[in-house]
Ligand binder design. Structure first.
Ligand code: ADP
Ligand code: F6P
Length: 324
């Protein structure tokens, strides 16, 4: 029989994402409501190794559902990638009386959780990253807020781009994934959207499209590029040199990682945080909570980490067909 979980540790790890606080709040309130104790671990796996922890109560998570960032702070921890670091982490859990750990983060953080699970510390992963690049889940906490922030910024850029008959090349986040870029490209009517998943051809995918729409009377252009697909400044220089259209580059950067989470992120985070505790209460360990067809589901952590998801390239067809 699985051991009874009386004390849960919770941490946020890797890049922060709006809605992580709502997930922490849900974990804390569900666990306390079900008679468990909760220990908050600060700064991801670093905090676990250093014992940066505190006991959380109902009021520890007051006034955070609407706040971006993470009250538990986050970090990247190189030591945790070593076997020695992982053993130290498992020992710390035992020393702190943590029966099970909830890890809110991305794939890297889940690999850390898997290592702890292998050392006998039950873990549950909750997908938190603006990039939406966790294979087992159709949705990751922070994605909606990040896209809405980017759209708001591009709308502002559009005003000045239009006034000057210019081309704005806007770089959005996504080192390995084009989810943000693709949706923002459609939502802002970008003439071209470049994503890491599909190599682009400057002539065919950007210049020819600009020239075609110029002939129909269009005088200003938005190009969206995911950071993993190219650099805004290089593209703006190239576009200006090849077309003569005055071009400017804007890198939206970490602004996309901040801000008050949208309703979607708050609700998804709340559902996932709740489910993580319910699984632990039932003795169902070493799972990643995920969203599938608007339901909250869960996968074995090893299975979750071996899954792949591919971007829906029909969205590119949508963008290319109507943004002309
Ligand atoms: P994310 O969780 O957003 O993917 P990272 O890839 O930066 O972010 O990972 C966050 C942290 O998870 C790392 O700093 C490290 O502490 C831990 N981690 C990442 N990969 C592994 C791994 N292979 N084994 C153990 N821990 C890992
Ligand atoms: O959180 C994911 C992400 O935003 C990537 O798109 C980006 O490349 C990366 O994090 C940057 O993170 P940092 O600046 O914290 O290293």
């Amino acid at each position: 029989m699985a051991k009874e979980v009386k004390t849960i540790g919770v941490l946020t790890s890797g890049g922060d994402a709006p809605g992580m606080n709502a997930a922490v709040r849900a974990v804390v309130r569900t666990a306390l409501g079900h008679g468990m104790r909760v220990i908050g671990i600060q700064r991801g796996f670093n905090g676990l190794l250093n014992g940066e922890t505190y006991e959380m109560n109902l009021r520890s998570v007051s006034e955070i559902i609407h706040r971006g960032g993470t009250i538990l702070y986050t970090a990247r921890c190189l030591e945790f990638k070593t076997e020695e670091g992982q053993r130290k982490g498992a020992d710390m859990c035992q020393k702190l009386g943590i029966d099970a750990l909830v890890v809110i983060g991305g794939d890297g953080s889940f690999r850390g959780a898997k290592a702890l699970a292998n050392l006998g510390i039950p873990c549950i992963g909750i997908p938190g990253t603006i990039d939406n690049d966790i294979a087992c889940s159709e949705y990751t906490i922070g994605y909606d807020t990040a896209m809405n922030t980017a759209v708001e910024m591009v709308d502002k850029l559009r005003d000045t781009t239009q006034s000057h008959d210019r081309c704005s090349v806007v770089e959005v986040m996504g080192r390995n994934a084009g989810y943000i870029a693709l949706n923002v490209g459609i939502a802002t009517g970008a003439i071209a959207t470049l994503i890491p998943e599909r190599p682009y051809d400057l002539e065919r995918d950007i210049l020819e499209r600009m020239q075609f729409t110029q002939k129909t009377g269009k005088k200003h252009f938005i190009v969206i590029v995911a950071e993993g697909a190219g650099h805004a400044q290089d593209l703006a220089n190239e576009i200006q040199a090849r077309t003569g259209i005055d071009s400017r580059a804007t890198v939206l950067g970490h602004v996309q990682r901040g801000g008050s989470p949208t309703l979607r992120d708050r609700v998804t985070a709340s559902r996932m945080g709740y489910q993580a505790v319910i699984l632990l209460e039932k003795g169902i360990f070493n799972r990643v909570v995920a969203e599938s067809a608007d339901k909250i589901v869960d996968y074995d952590i090893n299975v979750a980490l071996s899954m792949h998801k591919s971007i829906d390239t029909t969205l590119l067809d949508v963008a290319e067909t109507i943004s002309i």
